[in-house]
Design a protein. Structure first.
Length: 332
């Protein structure tokens, strides 16, 4: 059995199963709320029950009625028993999120092609990672240099974190992931960091541009947009050097098959590993299909000094630089 939860003052709604806490249901639905311990001890996820009924689990933190007579509840210790209206502020701004350090375990390793590894880390159930789609964290493994990596999964499930690792035989950390990392190994995750996040309040159609392994944060943004059921048209352009595979091509095509508002274009550039030339190739394809960019939001990854000519190419087609979002995290 599930119930509808409405948050005030944001007006956001989501469904909560009778077996899960309201906090768990919110994160499963891609809605970030303030929390810390998830065990009923800190009080960070305190909220007001404006309407409806709940079951309350025993906790060390004791809530009191408010001056208005509403009931204070801990979202991590409350399960809905009816449709509910709750006053709770969203943690939908990067400055609302706490910096977290979490000891995770390697849950799964999947080699997507010869040079690409999907690494899935699992956090403790009581301490999932709170982050926004598009952000990155620092990964630390004993004895190795810390490495910043974009999270490639949706924030709707902060317990399972996905990372795309590109093989570079001249890089000790990359080689460790491919040759020595095993399931159940410990990896410390610290973060989140980064300003490359989705403006989910915008109603403008969205163009996503991914280059090479920079697909990871773009994938996180798209999964979040799908989870939020954004209704505007979304277009993904993913470019790889000639001869290299789009390592999650079928996954992207499954989005296109399932969604009326999602469109996927895979591109291979003969520019080999010259990223700026790859982007110029993408720009030519974008303006062919979108000759007027004035009403679009555009999300792009790549070092800013390498994206300059791409932006200049699109400006004559009314690209709004205020609606251009760039992820410039260094890739390995």
């Amino acid at each position: 059995m599930s119930f509808n939860i409405t948050l005030q003052p944001s007006g956001k709604t989501f469904s909560a199963e009778a077996s899960e806490t309201i906090l768990e249901a919110a994160f499963r639905s891609g809605i970030s709320l303030h929390y810390s311990c998830k065990s009923g001890t800190c009080g960070v996820c305190i909220a007001e029950l404006l309407d409806g009924t709940i079951d309350v689990m025993a906790t060390d933190f004791h809530c009191k009625p408010t001056a208005k007579g509403n009931t204070q509840i801990l979202l991590c210790a409350s399960k809905a028993t009816s449709d509910c209206v709750i006053h709770a502020l969203l943690a939908d701004n990067i400055y609302d999120l706490p910096f977290q350090t979490i000891e995770t375990k390697v849950y799964k390793l999947e080699q997507l092609d010869n040079d690409m590894m999907l690494v899935q880390l699992k956090t403790p159930r009581s301490k999932t990672l709170q982050f926004l789609a598009g952000q990155y964290v620092t990964l630390e493994i004993d004895g190795l240099e810390p490495r910043s990596k974009s999270i490639a999964s949706c924030p709707c499930n902060g317990m399972y974190l996905h990372f795309h690792i590109h093989r570079n035989k001249n890089d000790i950390v990359s080689e460790y992931f491919f040759t020595q990392l095993k399931t159940k190994h410990s990896v410390t995750v610290s973060g989140p960091s980064g300003l490359f996040t989705l403006d989910d309040s915008s109603k403008r159609p969205i163009i996503f541009v991914a280059g090479n392994t920079g697909f990871a944060p773009i994938k996180s943004l798209i999964e979040h947009a799908i989870d939020l059921e954004l209704s505007q048209q979304m277009f993904l352009y993913w470019v790889m050097p000639e001869g290299m595979e789009h390592y999650l091509d079928n996954y992207c095509r499954s989005w296109q098959d399932a969604l009326d508002n999602f469109h996927y274009t895979s591109l291979n550039s003969d520019a080999e590993l010259d990223f700026p030339r790859q982007l110029d190739f993408v720009a030519s394809n974008i303006v062919r299909h979108h000759p007027d960019l004035g009403g679009y939001d555009l999300y792009l990854n790549g070092p800013k000094e390498q994206t300059h000519t791409f932006i200049q190419h699109l400006l004559p087609f009314r690209l709004d630089k205020k609606r251009l979002f760039i992820d410039d995290l260094k890739r390995y």
